[in-house]
Design a protein around this ligand. Sequence first.
Ligand code: KIV
Ligand code: NA
Length: 268
Amino acid sequence: RLGRISVPELKARKGGEPIVCLTAYTTPMARRLDPHVDLLMVGDSLGMVLYGFDSTLRVTLDMMVAHGAAVRRGSERACLVVDLPFASYQESPEVAYRAAARLMAETGCSAVKLEGGREMAPTVAFLVARGIPVMGHVGLTPQSVNMLGGYRARGRDPEQREAITADAVAIAEAGAFSLVVEGVVEPLARAITQRIAIPTIGIGGSPACDGQVLVIDDLIGMFDSFTPKFVKRYAEIGDQVAAAAIAYAADVRARRFPAKEHLFGTET
Ligand code: KIV
Ligand code: NA
């Protein structure tokens, strides 16, 4: 194919072949993931997995611009979505537009993602009407960790299930092209998927969702401060990095490294 998978193409995948998404934050990682996924998400999870923050609240728009542009340079096929970080969009639709427009212009992404439900629906409509595709994000929304009191799964009681369903419906009706459903009980993610006309992307959701996303550093065992229940580890790259450092340290201490083939001016 020529060019990237587009927002309308993804929207048309509702109920079809599952949409494969992963996060990416850097050019070399984007290069390795791009051929194999439909969508690369530059998530504000980078604050936790790359920068060591204990939440996503300290992530800035400048950080998202820098990492979004890096992922764009490392990809050519996947649709690229960049997160609006905390405090860059909640204040008003106009403030959200300015932040989203900056992400689009300076990273070349195809869409932005923002967290929130009914209260954000007017903002979603405002952006979409002005040419900025929006992906929604409901359920366990990490930017609201101080309101939620932690990262526990949501939707265990009927009031929460009704609230999250109303949020999902509002964001879909406001014109979002797809919706991340994070950290909710499985029957709720399934019911939301059946209820709304746009693709749902699950993370701690349901296999019934129209797509799945995971944080790449979780998937490959690079981030292990904690591992949420919904993560499946497909590799142990963190262990390999440690093993490489151990082997290098032993070589240096034993003067085995550098060896002849690494040296200049010793050819004979
Ligand atoms: O920040 C992030 O990585 C995300 C996805 C996991 C949905 O929001
Ligand atoms: Na995020």
